[in-house]
Design a protein around this ligand. Structure first.
Ligand code: ADP
Ligand code: MG
Ligand code: ZN
Length: 521
């Protein structure tokens, strides 16, 4: 697979644009200016086409820049330039690119215009789509906007799922939304994997561990959003412990135990968490730092139980390391997004690791239900304290401030304190490497905090904190105007089906689009 230009039409060199580069740059921070300078140095071809104006996104695996190009007809067009970290494995890069080229440019999936490469530097050029970070607008969205947003997200998912692509990182940051023009675009196939029958050739390769650095939990910095809550500063809602199955559970303490029933597949322990193996992979395969995919990489099997994405959006089968993960994991993430939008809280689940995330899911969906679902996909979850399932309408309306919270401005959820007192435990076989769940987590989460309290305090935004100038009554009137007094049962019914704990019975994106909630669309 060569990382060659996808399309050479339309872009011409524009030396004239370079002349005003200095002026524009004076308005951007010095460090960004330096990054742009070094990008021009790494990929000199860029300068012939683009005037890079700003950095618009930065994660562990890429930096995204805004670039302007002069087209042949004289128009100037904006592009997003995604510069992948040079240590990314070429197969991973090529797979990301292939997902975009095969599925993109339609059905709410971002297209790709071009791809530049010089040595190990790859820049994916996409049409620039202006967008508003959800965290900034969640408090002012109307119910109709939410309905449309989810509809379009599901459309994108149906589309990529038809190609056998599991995105694995569905979250608002990866689903660009332009509120005024009502445009939507799914981006970032950097963690995508293929289903067993995927049509994407490069997703047939085991891409596990081809990212050199572990994906950050909250490390993704979206430069468009200045209000995004800083990451791991907040203690999580529950204590987390990791024990080997040989050790016995402590019955004296209230614990939720997650035990894997039967032997875990050998490959379950993803090499993403094993830096050692990752390095080895780079050394043993012959395509590392080349633009080819070697036979070793082509013949790698799909990883059995990959763990990727952002904990708060991960499906229960991902959190419990179920080996058979399919497109249903993206549907779960869409459900978490809908839950977030209906309740007006973003992020909804804020967990720094999988065990905390699983316990937070239990506080909403019920511990007994979670146990039952896990059983269905072959995982034994033991819970010594019962966390009842929440009624989704009551939950969302309470979090929206439309219903009085049971313990009045302390915790909107009656069971929250119980959840906080619950310790989540993952029992794993002895052969499982444990270093991917760092020791510091054991200490970090000693501070017990309830889930809803965390929502109140942790920088999660939502309409329950109206601005000072508008009174509570005005605020409710505004909310009503935006349709929040008329949320149909269908919305919560769909939410319930998206957040089905069992991936086998979970609604698919295609089915969800037929849901009565979307009548008339
Ligand atoms: P990463 O793998 O580092 O998360 P993404 O592909 O998700 O990279 O891009 C990071 C951010 O850059 C996105 O969240 C978005 O804000 C911005 N971005 C990416 N692609 C585009 C685009 N085509 N148009 C506008 N902004 C984009
Ligand atoms: Mg992203
Ligand atoms: Zn290789």
């Amino acid at each position: 697979m060569e990382l060659s230009p996808v399309c050479t039409d339309g872009i011409s060199s524009n030396d004239c644009l370079k002349s005003d580069r200095g002026n524009r740059r004076s308005r951007i921070p010095r460090d960004v200016e330096m990054d742009i300078e070094s990008l021009y140095k790494s990929v000199p071809q860029l300068a012939k086409v683009f005037h890079i104006m700003d950095k618009i996104g930065e994660g562990t695996f890429s930096s995204v820049y805004l670039g302007e190009a002069q087209m042949r007809d004289g128009r100037r067009e904006m592009f997003a330039l995604k510069h992948l970290i040079p240590t990314s494995h070429p197969t991973r890069i090529a797979a990301e690119l292939q997902c975009l080229t095969v599925t993109g440019g339609r059905e709410n999936v971002m297209g790709v215009t071009y791809c530049f490469r010089k040595e190990d530097h790859v820049v994916i050029v996409m049409p620039y789509m202006e967008h508003q970070p959800i965290v900034e607008i969640i408090g002012s969205l109307s119910f109709e906007e939410v309905r449309l947003y989810i509809y379009h997200l599901l459309k994108a998912l149906r589309h990529i799922h038809q190609f056998g692509i599991i995105h694995r990182d569905i979250k608002p940051n990866n689903f660009l939304y332009n509120r005024s023009s009502r445009m939507y675009a799914l981006v970032d196939f950097g963690l995508a994997q293929g289903t067993a029958d995927t049509q994407i050739e490069l997703l047939k390769v085991d891409l596990t561990g081809l990212r050199k650095v572990p994906r950050p939990v909250f490390g993704e910095r979206n430069l468009n959003s200045c209000t995004q809550a800083p990451s791991t500063t907040k203690p999580a809602a529950v204590k987390t412990e990791l024990v080997k199955s040989s050790k016995t559970e402590d019955p004296a303490t209230r614990r939720v135990s997650v035990a894997s029933r039967g032997p875990l597949p050998v490959r379950t322990q993803s090499s993403i968490q094993k830096p050692q193996r990752t390095v080895q992979q780079g050394l043993t395969c012959s395509c590392h730092l080349t633009d080819r995919v070697c036979n070793i990489c082509m013949s790698r099997k799909q990883q059995v139980a990959p763990r990727a994405g952002t904990p708060g959006f991960r499906a229960p089968e991902v959190l419990t390391k179920c080996p058979n993960q399919g497109t249903a994991i993206d549907v779960w993430s869409a459900g978490v997004i809908l839950l977030s939008l209906l309740s007006g809280r973003y992020p909804f689940f804020k967990a720094s690791d999988d065990l905390i995330a699983l316990t937070q899911i239990m506080t909403i969906r019920g511990s007994r239900e979670t146990i039952q679902a896990a059983k269905a996909f072959g995982k034994a979850v033991v819970c010594s304290r019962e966390l009842p399932r929440q009624d989704l309408r009551v939950l969302c309306e309470t979090l929206r401030g439309r219903r009085p919270s049971p313990a009045d401005n302390v915790t909107p959820l009656p069971e929250a304190n119980k959840a906080a007192a619950t310790t989540c435990r993952l029992k794993i076989p002895d052969d499982t490497p444990t270093h991917h769940l760092p020791q510091r987590m054991l200490k970090q989460h000693k501070d017990v905090e309830t889930l809803p309290k965390q929502h109140e305090q942790s920088g999660s935004t939502g309409p329950a904190c109206p601005s000072k100038q508008s009174s509570q009554t005005d605020y409710k009137a505004e909310e009503d105007e935006r349709g929040w007094n008329r949320v149909p049962d269908e919305a919560y019914d769909l939410l319930d089906q998206l957040l089905d704990l069992n991936p086998c019975t979970r609604i698919t994106a295609a089915q969800a689009l037929q849901h009565p909630l979307f009548r008339g669309l």
